[in-house]
Design a protein around this ligand. Sequence first.
Ligand SMILES: NC(=O)c1ccc[n+]([C@@H]2O[C@H](COP(=O)([O-])OP(=O)(O)OC[C@H]3O[C@@H](n4cnc5c(N)ncnc54)[C@H](O)[C@@H]3O)[C@@H](O)[C@H]2O)c1
Length: 337
Amino acid sequence: VPATTKFNDLINLLKDSNAKPYVLCDENSYTYCYPQFCEILGFQIHPIIIKVDESLKNIQSCESIWHSLMEDRAGKEAILINLGGGVISDIGGFAAATYKRGIKYVNVPTTLLAMIDAATGGKTGVNFAHFKNMIGLIQQPELVIIHAPFLKTLPLQHLKNGFAEMLKHALLNSHEHLSEILNVTDFLTPLDENSILKSMAIKEHIVTLDPNENGFRKTLNLGHTVGHAIEYAALEHNYEMLHGEAVALGLIAALKLSVNKLNFNESKAETIIQFIRNIYPTPLWVKHHHETIINAIWQDKKNSHQQIKMVLLKDVGNAVYDIVCFQEEIAQVLNEI
Ligand SMILES: NC(=O)c1ccc[n+]([C@@H]2O[C@H](COP(=O)([O-])OP(=O)(O)OC[C@H]3O[C@@H](n4cnc5c(N)ncnc54)[C@H](O)[C@@H]3O)[C@@H](O)[C@H]2O)c1
């Protein structure tokens, strides 16, 4: 599903399918984005508003969406428009894909992380029994619409959150793309639509080649083995940390391992690592919890046969997956992040 900036595509989809649309919002996207959204479309769409928080990304939130749809007698032809961050697109996508065995849905992401990552690729779902994204399915949206002005109200921390994934996409793509990203110095200037679309296209391309993640799609996990483990350690020990902040540290670890194991150019790696450190300084608590982090790495979904398997880089634009990494090798780079 290629992303577009054209709201006309949505208007045409609604016209063609003659369907009643619903817009799923959270309280912030309802306040900051819904009025603009309706103004651009030129008509109002019935909003379904839910509270969001990672802890509310659960089946109860889905139930409330299903109830709202049923109360309004929404039929099989209904279309759900997910206007919000990654929590909204994950829950809304899942609720839509299961309501009456599946209605169409559209993502209109309003956070940078959702634009760059969550809104595309078709992964939907909810957390269950304290595990993230435990229940879900892969179902592609009909459309993904990008409107960069929505980011004007997004707090800086959330811009940085999405920017880590932009950096990851550039590392997976090319030197040219990476140097554009390394030139970003000011997050307060809203990111332009072209650089967002360019970054999204990297994920789209990889997902198209391997939609069900049998192989190449795993490269999108660059930085995520250590990143997820740091995120888990933060949660365990009650430190606040966003996904992107953890992924940024995971990218440092992956770059160092790439130097050690795959001959990635060391000075190139240092330049990138310095850039990452300036934006995402490593919190002090990280060095006190290496054991928790290592234990969490053993739980990573990408491991198999009792081996830790990571995505590393031979060079910028040349990622390899399923690289077996030993615990000692990872412990060593953890000391250096
Ligand atoms: N499906 C996937 O492939 C995929 C990929 C990456 C992340 N995710 C999921 O995405 C979620 C994280 O997404 P997120 O970071 O967007 O979180 P989020 O949806 O919780 O949004 C972050 C915060 O920003 C607020 N917000 C949204 N738009 C705003 C705007 N324009 N102005 C001001 N505030 C606004 C929200 O209300 C929320 O408080 C996680 O649950 C993660 O698992 C999914």
